[in-house]
Design a protein around this ligand. Structure first.
Ligand SMILES: Cc1cc2nc3c(=O)[nH]c(=O)nc-3n(C[C@H](O)[C@H](O)[C@H](O)COP(=O)(O)OP(=O)(O)OC[C@H]3O[C@@H](n4cnc5c(N)ncnc54)[C@H](O)[C@@H]3O)c2cc1C
Length: 605
């Protein structure tokens, strides 16, 4: 088996860190307790391990291809996607009213991880569809919901997200695609979008593009952007009508995720059968919500997608870890330094290989724990009966999204890099598959907002806007965990408590630094924005592992699965002693090193 879903860790996180029992008390989630979670996860593991994972390597070798506007996905993708849709997986977290299963994100996120670990390229199609569903649910009119949601939720159609243009990447104020009102409520859309994931493919009968465009006469910048639904085929009654004027003019050749088609889409060029007044009359689009509020709606979609991309980081890291651990138990090389074997032994005997494997394991488990607790906040933010509680959890979730996205995807670079390193020379050779994980992972800190864009959001919207309130409230919770660990008394708990305290103080120092400098010396503050994001992500993942350690210490005497619990304790301790300690260096860089970042003149580069 090339991938084994980490069900025990996922269920442990849900039960003991994310409070699934609390989530299962929310209206609508009454059936979503631990038993349901276990049954869903086991079924998902069977599907992802058995059907999706085996397609990963062959699809990297024979990626999706383009010919005359038609994209053919890699062998097996179409059939696997059918099975995915028929199994109800697309609708797992979406409302039953539209054909979904209405399960909480706390459970759904684990399934997203499995699908991505099995095959990142394949999983991107459902990931983008989830974002489109979320945007329509939140901002779509009843008419749009009726026309599109059920088909998307059941996986009959798929969704895309069309933001990027050649001149508008991180900076969406520069979007130029234009939309002309037709007087009948519809618009004609003209423009070029690039890098559109699954912008064209053969896995579903229709593709629902969500497109950012400017209505004629709209204000400049982000305040003049609107969001449109532009379907590949127009919807007529219950069926499909004419082909819309949106054409895939090419797909990209990429470093990784090669099987995921990344399309250049031309809207309104008359290339693909126009539907209105003859060729070139525009692609017919339908406004989502109100004009000029597109970016706001797109943020709904992006927040869903940003969280999911963070989970992609965890997924690919786990896949790389599993493969490296298996290799390290097979590859024989060198005598162990402690003389425990008198001849050459498997490389897992060597302390440095163990260090690499522990680093891979600990950061992956830490990020998974963080993502799971963030998912529970999302569920509480959306389903808690009390409005004040909803607002409280929404603020917590919003704070954690850039950490899940930014930290987990950067962590995946280190972990997949170590995955290659554990393999030695064989890691550099494509056949082992370790190199694919490394290549595939590289996109994760780039799309859905680069790490720098996450960090800007984390500094500006998440830290400065409320004067550091949420940041400090988290720090207070972390302090409570430290006290718990200190009273626990085991050497592991004591060590973790010490490192957690140091990391929390470093975090608070940087929060103060940001608050003091962001206005007066913005370059000094933003020179440290990514390191601050990494510091906070590192701390939050470490905090969740610290909580996990405490739970494991409590459960251990009862004797249930001591192997898992001991491994959890050791992993949390390793994280604290080898990863949490990096926060001190990050703090120093941010607080003491801002000037050197901007010291050179532009001409000196
Ligand atoms: C495989 C793939 C799939 C994609 N899928 C989609 C999709 O489905 N839909 C879609 O709309 N787009 C998609 N994208 C586009 C992706 O979201 C963008 O590439 C990404 O947002 C970065 O934009 P850019 O490439 O223009 O880089 P730029 O914005 O030009 O950034 C270049 C560098 O400058 C930095 N930078 C830019 N602005 C700032 C700032 N304000 N502060 C600090 N640093 C900054 C960036 O961090 C980066 O390091 C995809 C891209 C790829 C490669």
């Amino acid at each position: 088996m090339s991938y084994v879903a980490p069900l025990q860790d996922m269920l442990f996180n849900m039960e003991h860190l994310a409070g699934l029992d609390q989530v299962a008390q929310l209206p609508g989630f009454e059936e979503a307790g631990l038993d349901t979670a276990q049954a869903v996860l086991e079924e998902c593991a069977r599907f992802t391990q058995g059907v999706v994972a085996p397609l990963n390597r062959p699809a990297d070798i024979a990626p999706s291809s383009w010919k005359d506007g038609v994209v053919t996905t890699s062998d097996g993708f179409k059939q696997a996607f059918r099975q995915y849709a028929e199994g109800g997986w697309q609708g797992l977290q979406h409302p039953a009213d539209f054909g979904g299963q209405g399960l909480p994100k706390t459970i759904g996120a684990a399934c997203v991880e499995m699908l991505n670990a099995a095959n990142l390229s394949f999983a991107l199609c459902p990931l983008l569809t989830d974002g489109a569903i979320e945007a329509l649910l939140t901002a779509g009119s009843e008419e749009l919901k009726a026309a599109y949601l059920e088909k998307l939720v059941t996986g009959q159609w798929t969704g895309t997200m069309n933001l990027t243009e050649p001149q508008a990447g991180s900076d969406l104020a520069l979007v130029r695609t234009r939309a002309e009102p037709q007087g009948d409520g519809s618009y004609q859309v003209f423009g070029t979008k690039i890098f559109i994931t699954y912008g064209e493919h053969d896995m579903a009968e229709n593709i629902v593009h969500l497109v950012l465009a400017r209505v004629q006469g709209a204000p400049e910048g982000v305040k003049g952007i609107s969001l449109f639904v532009v379907p590949k085929f127009l919807v007529e009654g219950d069926g499909l009508g004419a082909r819309n004027d949106v054409q895939c003019v090419s797909i990209e050749h990429k470093l990784g995720i090669k099987a995921s088609p990344t399309a250049v889409l031309q809207f309104g060029d008359g290339l693909a059968g126009s539907v209105a007044d003859g060729a070139g009359a525009g692609a017919r689009g339908f406004l989502v919500g109100e004009e000029n509020r597109g970016l706001e709606y797109m943020f709904i979609m992006m927040n869903a997608a940003r969280y999911a991309v963070g989970v992609q980081g965890i997924a690919i890291a786990d896949r790389a870890y599993q493969q490296a651990a298996a290799f390290a138990k097979e590859r024989v090389q060198s005598r162990p330094v402690d003389g425990s074997v008198k001849a050459s032994a498997t490389i897992i005997h060597h302390p440095d290989v163990r260090r690499m494997l522990m680093l891979m394991r600990a950061t992956t488990e830490g990020c998974r724990a963080l993502a799971t607790t963030a998912a529970a906040s999302y569920d509480l933010a959306h389903h808690h009966p009390d409005a004040a509680q909803r607002a409280h959890h929404a603020a917590l979730y919003e704070f954690m999204v850039p950490l899940v996205k930014g930290y987990s995807t950067e962590m995946a670079q280190e972990v997949t890099g170590l995955g290659v390193q554990v393999h030695g020379g064989m890691g550099f050779i494509e056949e082992t598959g370790a190199a694919q994980h490394y290549r595939d992972a590289k996109i994760l800190p780039i799309y859905e907002g680069t790490t720098a864009i996450q960090a800007n959001d984390f500094v500006g919207r998440k830290t400065l806007r409320d004067g550091g309130q949420v940041a400090r409230s988290f720090a207070a919770q972390i302090e409570e965990t430290e006290a718990q660990l200190q009273s626990c008394g085991t050497p592991a708990a004591q060590s973790v408590a010490r490192q957690l305290r140091a990391a929390r103080l470093a975090f608070l120092e940087v929060v103060d630094f940001m608050l003091a400098n962001a206005k007066a010396q913005p370059n000094a503050a933003y020179a440290g924005s990514v390191p601050y994001l990494m510091l906070a992500g590192n701390l939050f993942a470490g905090w969740q592992l610290a909580r996990a350690l405490w739970v494991a210490e409590q459960l251990l005497p009862a004797g249930q699965d001591p192997r898992f619990l001991r491994a959890k304790i050791a992993t949390a301790q390793f994280y604290a002693e080898h990863v949490l300690v990096r926060t001190a260096a990050l703090r120093n860089g941010i607080v003491q090193g801002a000037d050197s970042v901007m010291a050179l003149n532009i001409d000196d580069f």
